[in-house]
Design a protein around this ligand. Structure first.
Ligand code: PLP
Length: 396
């Protein structure tokens, strides 16, 4: 087998070093980059040896390149196992498929729009019940019913940056024997490891920071225990939504620079957040790294960084539209977590299908813009914003 023991022995290393060690594998040629096992199936040497499989029989069930990536993710998140999926939504879907009709879930009102869409369509059709709350302010214990099976949340949330105290929520979950599911896409394991605070499942859209280059889709479910991990592995085998070997390799490559990418994004995000705070057309800046932001103290306790995502509100919808019309270095696009800065208009993009009353409740208006800050030169980003705001001012 490839370097599992090797990886596990290196738990003591800092995360920046851990990110580099998976690359060697222990392929017989000592290659530095892990090989792409571009194969659908694996042969057995003979009838008798069939039971002594190499551990790999068919790529839908397991593939060495994908497995290498999964072990790396389990290590980074401090989980017992991880499973790689074709997208973040495939990962969310797999977790939700482990439950049964009649089960109830307490979910955050401010989630990635696709997760809310899954809950309200397929999951509801299949007999699941949902209660939406704000985990950062509401007491989740009050919403627990006899059939409640899990809490589902993101911290910070997308796009309103609410921060939830994971330790506090997991204590409530454990007291009632319900699972805590955390989507950790915004911070990645480099800045936050929810299992350490009591999460049972950690979900990722690897399309974002983990892959980091906007060149492939991917998703993960990291499980705190082997028992939960087995349920997820079974789900991949049954439903066939695993990550392909070549995409696994792209994400292995992306992970190697996770630390430097996130640090630079964060540095740029701080500069932009401070610049935006001073601009008279900006009515709100939501960045959890600002000491006066609501979640700041909790972030400091449970995360080692604040990330590269920030949301801001301007004084009119027209001003927001002008910003989108004038960006050049920053691109007007959906998605986040890549090397390039992207600006998103949640109301018509990521959150376009979220019911109006939920949008209103969360303050996602036509004046709100979300920024995924990239790794460009910070001075250039500030200059871009100065130019864009000057142009928007002329039009509004
Ligand atoms: C993008 C995203 C997802 C969905 O991931 P895909 O890879 O696009 O399927 C889930 N959660 C969060 C927080 C995301 O940003």
């Amino acid at each position: 087998m490839h370097g599992r023991k090797d990886i596990m022995d290196k738990k003591k290393l800092h995360i920046e070093s851990q990110l580099q060690i998976h690359a060697g594998g222990d392929d017989q040629y000592q290659s530095i980059s892990y090989p792409i096992y571009q194969t659908a199936t694996f042969a057995h040497r003979g009838f008798k040896e069939q039971t002594e499989s190499t551990g790999y029989d068919y790529t839908r069930v397991a593939n060495p390149t994908t497995r290498q990536l999964e072990l790396e993710m389990a290590l980074l998140e401090g989980g017992a196992d991880a499973a790689a999926f074709a997208s973040g939504m495939a990962a969310v879907t797999a977790v939700m498929e482990t439950f049964k009709p009649g089960d109830h879930f307490v979910v955050d009102n401010d989630l990635y729009g696709g997760s809310t869409r899954l809950f309200q369509t397929i999951n509801t059709k299949n007999g699941y019940e949902f209660t939406g709350i704000d985990f950062s302010t509401d007491d989740p214990e009050q919403y627990i019913r006899p059939n409640t099976k899990a809490f589902y949340l993101e911290t910070p949330t997308n796009p309103m940056m609410h921060v939830t105290d994971l330790e506090k929520v997991s204590r409530i979950a454990k007291a009632h024997s319900i699972l805590l599911i955390v989507d950790n896409t915004f911070l990645s394991p480099y800045y936050q490891q929810p299992i350490k605070w009591g999460a049972d499942y950690v979900i990722h859209s690897a399309t974002k920071y983990i892959g980091g280059h906007n060149d492939t889709l991917g998703g993960f479910v990291v499980s705190a225990t082997q028992e939960l991990g087995t349920k997820i592995r079974d789900m991949i085998k049954i439903t066939g939504n695993e990550l392909a070997p070549i995409d696994s390799w792209l994400i292995i490559r992306g992970l190697m620079t996770l630390a430097v990418r996130m640090d630079r994004s964060q540095e740029n995000a701080f500069r932009l957040a401070e610049w935006l705070q001073k601009n008279p057309h900006v009515t709100k800046v939501l960045y959890p790294g600002l000491p006066d932001s609501k979640g700041y103290e909790i972030m400091k306790k449970q995360a080692t960084g604040f990330g590269g995502m920030l949301t801001f509100e301007v004084d009119s919808a027209g001003f927001a539209h002008s910003i989108l019309d004038h960006v050049e270095l920053v691109r007007f696009a959906e998605s986040l977590g890549g090397t390039e800065s992207l600006i998103t208009y949640p109301i018509t993009q990521t959150h376009s299908e979220v019911p109006k009353e939920l949008l209103d409740k969360n303050g996602i208006t036509d004046r709100v813009l979300r920024l995924s800050v990239g790794i460009e030169n910070g001075d250039d980003l500030i200059e871009e914003f100065e130019r864009v705001f000057a142009a928007a001012e002329k039009e509004n």
